[in-house]
Design a protein around this ligand. Structure first.
Ligand code: DQA
Length: 144
């Protein structure tokens, strides 16, 4: 069983709570973080939740996941749609990597219909609000 999962969040997700609540809900990143800790404890795993607005920092965290062989839950936020450097970093991750989204990008503006991450993720969970993270942690725990 996996003992540590990195839960990585991209740009603007630090603004959750006040950012477009009609789309992203009223929970803050801190709420998501606490919920992830609780779900992880129930699943017998550990999580470390991080957020950055910086593409280079996010790429660096994925390199860390590769080197430490840690599974990843990744909400790439807007980087989902255009960041080839993030895509190339994700492609190096041999452990499970679950792409998550609070909203369902397929049901939104056309620029959100493309994910450059999806093809290098183990799988994608989108549209369930904060529950997307719970489902991702369950999927990782189930893979062991
Ligand atoms: C998001 C969806 C993205 O299109 C958007 O750029 C985000 C959040 C989501 O969680 O629904 O910042 O990843």
């Amino acid at each position: 069983m996996t003992d540590k999962v990195l839960v990585l969040n991209g740009p603007n997700l630090g603004r959750l709570g006040s950012r477009e609540p009609e789309i992203y809900g009223s929970e803050t990143l801190d709420d998501i973080s606490q919920a992830c800790e609780k779900w992880a404890a129930e699943l017998g795993i550990e999580v470390e939740v991080r957020q950055t607005d910086d593409e280079a920092e996010l790429v660096g965290w994925l390199h860390e996941a590769v080197d430490r062989e840690l599974p990843v839950v990744l909400n790439p936020a807007a980087f989902t749609h255009y960041s080839y450097s993030l895509r190339d970093a994700c492609a190096q991750v041999a452990t499970p990597l679950v792409e998550v989204h609070l909203s369902n990008p397929a049901a939104r503006e056309s620029f959100r219909h493309t994910s450059v991450i999806g093809a290098v993720a183990t799988g994608t969970i989108a549209g369930f609000g904060i529950d997307s993270y719970r489902l991702a942690l369950q999927a990782i725990a189930a893979r062991g």
